[in-house]
Design a protein around this ligand. Structure first.
Ligand code: FNR
Length: 182
């Protein structure tokens, strides 16, 4: 399950996730989580969980692995992603384990700046490690200077080099997930 940290329609990170989906092909079911309708965390509305929260929890629960594709906002990952993770970090009830617990996780990101989301990714690792996700720390993919990889329609053209890195990460994550399930 891919979680993109941007709600923007033309998001470069969303486009990167779609490129990963194509690379993975028939080797796994690869879905993008839609979560624009998840409300801001507010404990007043936490129980019973809003419908959108139930939907994203179920999607995460049934996934064998979570691949984050995150932009970088002010050297951090975006608030929408933090909000989503805050909801996912809470169990549905006292008997349930939070859905992110022990899930394999991979991280990639593309940004306009020179860090290519590296700083945002480090913060995300801190958060998801706290939530006990099983993080694949290598390889991670950071793509800087996104504007150099866009065609005239703002479509992402990865080129051989980044396509190779993305393929390498996809293959590493598939075997990471397989090892995890043994
Ligand atoms: C940015 N951007 C940005 N880029 C970067 O490399 N480092 C940064 O710290 C920031 N900070 C930042 C803050 C805010 C509030 C915005 C809106 C943007 C630019 C960012 O890389 C660019 O908007 C990407 O296109 C966002 O990713 P998506 O939406 O294309 O996936």
């Amino acid at each position: 399950l891919a979680i993109v940290g941007s709600l923007r329609k033309g998001s470069y990170n969303r486009q990167l996730a779609l490129a990963a989906k194509e690379i993975v092909g028939s080797r796994a079911d690869f879905e993008l989580l839609e979560y624009h309708d998840v409300p801001m965390m507010n404990e007043d509305i936490e129980y019973p969980a809003p419908q959108a929260v139930k939907r994203v929890r179920d999607a995460v629960k049934s996934a064998d692995g979570i691949w984050f594709f995150t932009p970088e906002y002010n050297h951090f990952f975006p608030g929408v992603l933090k909000n989503l993770i805050d909801w996912l970090s809470r169990p549905e009830n006292d008997e349930e384990t939070p859905v992110l617990d022990s899930k394999p996780a991979a991280i990639s990101g593309i940004s306009l700046g020179m860090c290519g989301t590296g700083l945002a990714q480090d913060h995300l690792v801190t958060l998801i490690s706290f939530l006990n996700m099983d993080v694949m720390n290598t390889p991670r993919l950071t793509i800087p200077y996104a504007s150099e990889l866009l065609d005239s329609d703002d479509k992402l053209v990865l080129g051989d080099r980044y396509h190779r890195y993305l393929k390498k990460q996809a293959e590493a994550f598939l075997s990471f997930i397989q090892k995890h399930s043994l």
